[in-house]
Design a protein around this ligand. Structure first.
Ligand code: ADP
Ligand code: ADP
Length: 226
């Protein structure tokens, strides 16, 4: 677990697009922060900068007290889940979840143990030998989450992870994500344009508009529900 701090972070893309402007945001150890706002407001850019997938133009990002501006994604101890599951179609669920651990050349029995553990948390134990094409959308999303949690990252970054699911499954998976995050106690930044997701998932909700942070508050305060 780790605190994530953004200080005056800006992003100007090569074509001059000013995607993020002077973002100041602290996410506490173990907190679930939802980053919400309309399409194009800079949410994904902000998340990708925390992940190290996008260079920051100015400002500073700290993870667990360490400035990570120049630290490559692999050394940031963050795991990201995208809306497209990015599973390897030719690999089984087990192999998909194990992929990152294999790259790190962990011993086989340790990999097996970690995969079992992740599969248990995600309810995937029965599906470990299936290929992604033989899974439902919700199960695929679970495998994508399995790949992220198996590494026990300090920080969990999710970019619209439920947007490819139908409405019913989305509600179900939302509850799953909340449960898993609480169980792991991992610092989480969750990007969505969906206010219901923001309201139900976030310890706090950060609202962005045109690259700027508008407001950060507990959902009860922000959405004024009793
Ligand atoms: P959101 O996630 O809120 O939809 P994004 O962070 O994806 O917003 O995009 C913020 C702004 O940056 C948008 O105007 C988008 O078109 C622009 N943008 C995103 N990626 C790039 C890129 N690689 N090059 C230039 N502009 C980009
Ligand atoms: P790690 O968990 O170590 O970050 P991943 O399993 O996410 O590793 O991915 C390992 C490498 O494979 C990364 O460089 C990533 O960009 C790439 N990768 C991930 N998913 C896919 C995919 N579906 N197709 C091609 N390359 C991928």
């Amino acid at each position: 677990m780790a605190e994530v701090v953004l200080r005056d972070v800006s992003k100007i893309y090569a074509d001059g697009t000013h995607a993020v402007r002077g973002l100041d945001l602290s996410i506490a150890d173990g907190e679930f922060l939802v980053l919400v706002g309309p399409s194009g407001c800079g949410k994904t850019t902000a998340l990708r900068m925390v992940a190290g997938l996008e260079e920051i133009t100015s400002g500073e990002i700290r993870i667990g007290g360490r400035v990570v501006n120049d630290v490559p994604p692999r050394d940031r101890d963050v795991a990201m889940v995208f809306q497209s599951y990015a599973l390897y179609p030719h690999l089984s669920v087990r192999e998909n979840i194990a992929f990152g651990l294999r790259l790190r050349k962990l011993p086989k029995d340790e990999i097996n143990r970690k995969v079992q553990e992740a599969a248990k948390i995600l309810g995937l134990e029965e599906y470990l030998d299936r290929k992604p094409r033989n899974l439902s959308g919700g199960q695929r999303q679970r495998v994508a989450m399995g790949r992220a949690i198996v590494r026990k990252p300090q920080v969990f970054l999710m970019d619209e992870p439920l947007s490819n699911l139908d409405a019913k499954l989305r509600v179900q998976m939302r509850a799953e994500i909340a449960r898993i995050q609480r169980r792991l106690g991992v610092t989480t930044i969750y990007v969505t344009h969906d206010q219901t997701e923001a309201m139900t998932l976030g310890d706090r909700v950060a609202v962005m508009k045109k690259g700027e942070l508008q407001q950060v508050d507990a959902p009860q305060v922000l959405y004024d529900y009793p």
